[in-house]
Ligand binder design. Structure first.
Ligand code: BGC
Length: 696
């Protein structure tokens, strides 16, 4: 049998220059389903390749797919096996829709709490992000669909994302921003999408050092690099810098049909977005210029062959060159159940004075401006239209044994959509007083509050939009058994948190919103989630200075270095309100017999000391034994393990520690000097056992 390399080499011999160029830039999909489309070469039986958004499920205009929980919710499960399952399900749905490449996972580190796409990403921690990035890639590709990891690299904000120059030191780049991409590459990712932004003066779509030397050189990436849509500025510099495929490859005029927008364009004010959107006139560089660039000797013929060869190799790796195309599966019972399971498992119990889980027979007032809709996600390329969905009112009503009343209280929070016409904020159909009265009449009040976020724009602040804080305070005054369910894209300020009986972070849970929330509220499922991002007062984040965010004169300085997320809060007087890794349980846990197993493993026995089942997430952080960490962060997450424990059950949990936690990037990777302490913890702020740890 011919090897893939031979097959690709034979094709490259046959393809003429125009055909090679045709394999490295997008075109319009005649079927109108793909977000990005390579037409293939019919003469040589190279089929078309279809790319589709995105990280929350498959987005195709006028088509439906399972709306999975946002990646941040998935990541809050601290269970990469769920990410593998969700990746596989999204891969099957992409295949069922005739697509070959899924534009995800998004693996940018969460640096700025306001980030408009934080819901599309995993975490503020590199080891945690890396585990999820790798798992999603493995899952998607297990279905013979290619994963496209995005947006490489340091695309950590939406404000001016198309033009901003990120000034970042080599140490934070290596220790924080690159590891999740490296993990995705190690997991075999077929494609990497370059970010719109520049890094240290060079646009990522032409970054010879980061695309060529690091990604393809040091890491041995054999797949292809695809530009973000309209994210190229120069054909020669891109091709020579390491970009292999330009997308979408068509001009702005063709955009409306390509992106499924109405003739009037998206329902978003692009002027308002400013530098959040790329210049859509700067398209089709490879189509119009690359052949001439090669002719002129500005791009070598070998380089063009390498670009096309990378695409062909990846097509071969999923059988496309042999005419194989998986059937996939769409909206199956299994996918519906998985969407609910992930939403449940990612739900974080932030605080609980004992009101939760709810009594089956309690009379419940369901309060909140948007309780009649499932929160499917944020705005932008990740928007998915599901076949089914469950709203908070439906979820609670189906589960409740007592009476359920509903009050909206304040005007609804309008979604920010690129594709759907969004309603202007409607008037409230009930008042704050009505909601408080409903709460007073019930045994318990459950208030659902939410933020709103979209690609291409950062959140203006960390407050809940509209009058939701006022609503929560009024309901809490009326009923001291008030539970607040927060549906947010990332950290939000919760000024009333001390005045309510429980707070639950339920993120953007996707189509199973109501059912998943009810399962946790009534204790049918343990709240298995932990925070993958620190929650703190807006003024306490390290990105408060404008040169750090959103930047000044087109430049953003990552001068906080490695002090991002909990790495900042632990060293600051103004700590986190809810630290990274935090999450309460309905059960309680004891840690015993913590010890080192070998050079990269610790173990401890964890006992569920409660009379009900629960889920514990054992987190292992590394720090030097003598506390002399110099300028380095106090502790680094090295590994974690999520375990289910029946009432009274004890299990021995082994946690594998990432090598990265034991090294620093200072003029190359350097092993850190021991001895170390490994802390087994319930969060970055709640250490339960310490283990002296030797590295050979
Ligand atoms: C986004 C990408 C997306 C692409 C195609 C871009 O604006 O940044 O994440 O995959 O559009 O929709």
């Amino acid at each position: 049998m011919e090897s893939t390399d031979d097959e690709v080499a034979a094709l490259l011999d046959e393809l003429d220059r125009a055909e090679l160029v045709r394999l490295v830039h997008g075109a319009l999909d005649p079927e109108g389903t793909a977000t990005g489309y390579l037409p293939g070469v019919e003469r040589l039986d190279v089929p078309p390749l279809r790319f589709v958004d995105g990280p929350l499920g498959v987005r195709i205009p006028d088509r439906r797919a399972t709306a999975f929980p946002a990646p941040l919710a998935l990541a809050a499960s601290f269970d990469p096996s769920l990410a593998r399952s969700q990746g596989a399900a999204m891969g099957r749905e992409a295949a069922a829709h005739g697509q070959d490449v899924l534009l995800g996972p998004g693996t940018n580190l969460i640096r700025v709490p306001h980030g408009g796409r934080n819901f599309e990403y995993f975490s503020e921690d590199p080891v945690h992000s890396a585990a999820f990035a790798a798992a999603v890639v493995e899952g998607v590709q297990s279905e013979d669909v290619l994963a496209c990891v995005k947006h490489y690299v340091a695309n950590n904000q939406e404000t001016d994302r198309a033009t901003v120059d990120v000034r970042v030191g080599e140490q934070p780049l290596r220790e924080l921003y690159l590891p999740a991409f490296r993990a995705a590459v190690d997991a075999g990712a077929g494609a990497v999408m370059s970010g719109y932004n520049s890094v240290n003066g060079t646009p990522m779509s032409e970054h010879g050092r980061l695309l060529g030397d690091v990604l393809k050189g040091e890491w041995g990436f054999e797949g292809f690099v695809v530009s973000d849509w309209f994210g190229t500025t120069d054909s020669v510099r891109s091709a020579n810098g390491g970009l292999d495929v330009e997308m979408p490859g068509v001009t702005g005029e063709e955009l409306a049909s390509l992106m499924g927008m109405d003739e009037g364009g998206p329902d978003v004010d692009f002027d308002e977005l400013g530098g959040g959107m790329p210049d859509m006139r700067t398209a089709a560089r490879f189509e119009t210029e690359l052949a001439a660039d090669v002719e002129a000797g500005d791009v070598s013929a070998d380089r063009l062959a390498d670009m096309a060869g990378r695409v062909l190799s990846q097509m071969a790796s999923v059988g496309r060159l042999d005419g194989e195309r998986p059937d996939g599966a769409l909206d199956t019972d299994e996918h519906r159940a998985l969407a609910e399971r992930v939403a449940v498992r990612g739900t974080v119990l932030l605080a609980n004075d004992g009101v939760l889980p709810l009594d089956d027979e309690a009379d419940v007032a369901v309060v909140g401006p948007n309780v009649d809709e499932a929160l499917l996600g944020g705005g932008g390329s990740s928007e998915v239209t599901p076949f089914v969905s469950s709203t908070p009112v439906e979820g609670v009503t189906e589960r409740a044994g007592g009476e359920v009343t509903v009050a909206h209280g304040v005007e609804p929070v309008a979604d920010l959509s690129f594709f759907e016409e969004t309603e202007p904020p409607a008037d409230a159909d009930s008042s704050v007083e009505d909601a408080a009265a409903a709460a007073a009449d019930a045994d318990v009040a459950v208030v659902f509050v939410r933020d709103r976020a979209t690609e291409a724009m950062d959140r203006p602040d960390l407050r809940l939009p509209g009058r939701q804080d006022e609503l929560v305070s009024a309901v809490a005054d009326a009923n001291d058994r008030t539970v607040v369910v927060v549906n947010s894209s990332g950290p939000v300020e919760l000024p009333w948190r001390e005045d309510v009986a429980a707070v639950v972070e339920n993120w953007y849970p996707g189509q199973a919103h109501g059912d998943a929330a009810a399962a946790v509220l009534y204790g049918d499922s343990a709240p298995g989630g932990r925070l993958p991002v620190s929650f703190a007062a807006e003024s306490a984040y390290p990105t408060t200075a404008s040169e750090r965010f959103p930047g000044e004169d087109g430049v953003v300085e990552y001068s906080e270095g490695c002090r991002v997320g909990y790495r900042h809060f632990e060293a600051s007087d103004d700590g986190a309100v809810y630290p990274f890794g935090h999450g309460e349980s309905y059960a309680s846990f004891a840690y015993r017999g913590a010890e080192q197993v070998d050079a990269s493993t610790v173990r401890a026995t964890v006992a569920n000391t409660a009379e009900r089942p629960g889920r514990e997430v054992v987190q292992a952080y590394v720090r030097p034994a003598d506390d002399a960490n110099g300028d380095a962060p106090v502790r680094d997450l090295a590994g974690f393990q999520s375990v289910h424990l029946d009432a009274g059950e004890a299990v021995t949990v082994e946690v594998t520690l990432a090598n990265d936690a034991f090294r620093r990037y200072e003029d190359g990777w350097q092993e850190r000097e021991g001895p170390f302490v490994v802390e087994l913890a319930r969060s970055a702020g709640d250490v339960r056992a310490t283990v002296p740890f030797e590295r050979p």
